[in-house]
Design a protein around this ligand. Structure first.
Ligand code: ZN
Length: 87
């Protein structure tokens, strides 16, 4: 009964195009708040800095550190990531 147990997916996240690993880190741009630094320390996201380039990636693989996706959208707070927005 314990086989094929899949944890609930909070939001639709891509898998790494390089190694196929799921659950990538979301790269967050914009001026980071204190809670965002703490979230980075917990490994929940990756701070990408204040500047957003047109080809800046949105996702970073935890496994092979490949980055992809984008263009990213500016995040004005951690809540936007946790809640996932309304679409
Ligand atoms: Zn990867």
């Amino acid at each position: 009964m314990d086989k094929d147990v899949t944890p609930p997916v909070k939001s639709s996240q891509p898998t790494c195009p390089e190694c196929g690993k799921g659950d990538p880190l979301r790269i967050v741009y914009g001026y980071p708040m204190v809670d965002m630094f703490e979230a980075e320390q917990r490994g929940e996201l990756l701070l990408g800095g204040c500047m957003i380039e047109p080809d800046s990636p949105t996702w970073a693989c935890r496994d092979c550190h490949h980055t992809w996706g984008g263009p990213p959208s500016r995040i004005d707070g951690l809540a936007a990531i946790v809640r996932g927005g309304s679409g």
